[in-house]
Design a protein around this ligand. Structure first.
Ligand code: ATP
Ligand code: MG
Length: 387
């Protein structure tokens, strides 16, 4: 019996040209995601996709569950458009479920050429199943199992389970964003959320060797690799930030270290966005979490760039962020105890509500252009793929 993974996708708002773009990209992303499993053709028909299942349903489902844009999947048996054939496929499905219980049959009939109407098919199939099985009864209100029959032009699909997936939009359909990726808990989650809304993510990490260790850089590489399982290969820029931090510490008032450091980060991010054609900067900031995450700080920091800065976690509590980090499997990596460049020069009393004027004045002590040009020259670029 032919089995397929039936893929449901799409947001209600999808129309016309958008729909094609969505489908093409989803198809491409799915191929990328299952590409190293047995080769097969993914079929597209009437707003659904189908992946032929060999004997690897579980492996395929695990992969597909990480592809944004898919709402749910079902393992379906395919039958020809003939009531007897459909009934015997349905029987096999029900027999595969151990223990028995209650069931009902639900039929959809997008193929109006099928001679029987949906309620008739449900009734006939329900009667057949009741007669041919033991331990199963019919309950139309609260069944344990729904036997779904979909009558389409290319065949009938029978399935009993709908597995929920991530939803969202296929990665790459809404543009490219540059994620400021630290080794912390928040930024990987922010990146994942950007991907959920269709952004292709590239990463930028600020690295302060020898103040931060080689291991802290590897941790960030591991994190980027982890989030690449949700959207395919990720380009990661590693910017050597040490000289900038030293210059800030040497020439600027302590209370502005963090503000100026973050303005430098955003200037570098702005330049890399230009080079890499990214149209947004993403961060893991959450309102009020630390001194640099007040509205006043964010305003002063944003002032150096015109590119939209997306902060997907801005209204999230730390515990909510942790929940996501666990769900997407970045948490264990994030809590490994390696220092971040943001934590090494934290002054005792950072300005919590900095004002633009004094910050700009303090920055005059720096040769900003030269510092940025030199650090950009030393930036490494890595291509990371899911392991
Ligand atoms: P995270 O858990 O993501 O590190 P955080 O709560 O520790 O966040 P901060 O250290 O203030 O907060 O950093 C705020 C945001 O700035 C981070 O979420 C990240 O987007 C960016 N950021 C901080 N440090 C770095 C770094 N070394 N490289 C790249 N981006 C960074
Ligand atoms: Mg941090």
């Amino acid at each position: 019996m032919r089995k397929v993974l039936l893929i449901r996708y799409g947001e209600i708002s999808l129309k016309g040209k958008n729909r094609h773009q969505f489908e093409n990209r989803l198809m491409q992303n799915m191929k990328g995601s299952i590409g190293d499993l047995a080769p097969r053709r993914i079929e597209l028909a009437y707003g659904r996709m189908y992946i032929p299942i060999l004997d690897d349903a579980e492996a395929v489902i695990e992969r597909v569950k990480k592809v944004f844009g898919i709402v749910s999947v079902s393992v379906a048996s395919v039958s020809k458009l003939d009531l007897d054939a459909i009934c015997s496929v349905a029987l096999k499905q029900l027999n595969d479920i151990t223990g028995g219980g209650s069931f009902k049959v639900e039929t959809q009939r997008p193929n109006k050429n099928f001679p029987l109407k949906s309620p008739q098919v449900s009734r006939e199939a329900g009667g057949y199943l009741l007669e041919k099985t033991e331990g199963w009864s019919v309950d139309v209100h609260h069944p344990d199992v729904v036997v779904n029959i979909e009558l389409r032009s290319e065949g009938a699909y029978v399935y009993t389970e709908k597995i929920p997936c991530l939803g969202g939009l296929p990665v790459g359909t809404t543009g490219r964003g540059l994620l400021l990726l630290s080794g912390g808990i928040d930024s990987p989650v922010a990146g994942w959320m950007g991907m959920k809304r269709g952004l292709e993510i590239i990463g930028l990490h600020f690295y302060s060797f020898p103040f931060t260790s080689e291991r802290s850089k590897e941790k960030v590489i591991d994190l980027a690799q982890k989030i690449s399982t949700y959207g395919g290969p990720i380009k990661l820029y590693i910017n050597h930030f040490t000289e900038i931090q030293k210059a800030i510490r040497k020439h600027c008032p302590e209370q502005y270290y963090v503000t100026i450091m973050r303005r430098m980060m955003f200037r570098i991010a702005d330049t890399i966005c230009g080079q890499a054609q990214a149209k947004a900067i993403l961060t893991g900031e959450s309102l009020g979490q630390v001194a640099s995450q007040t509205l006043e700080s964010m305003a002063v920091i944003n002032e150096v760039t015109k590119i939209p800065v997306l902060r997907p976690l801005i209204t999230f509590d730390k515990l909510e962020i942790i929940e996501y980090a666990k769900k997407i499997d970045t948490y264990e990596l994030s809590i490994l105890p390696y220092e971040d460049c943001c934590t090494i020069f934290v002054p005792k009393h950072p300005a919590i509500r900095p004002k633009l004027g004094p910050v700009q004045e303090a920055e005059q002590a720096l040769d900003i252009e030269k510092l940025i040009a030199e650090s950009l020259e030393k930036t490494e670029v890595l291509e990371l793929s899911p392991r």
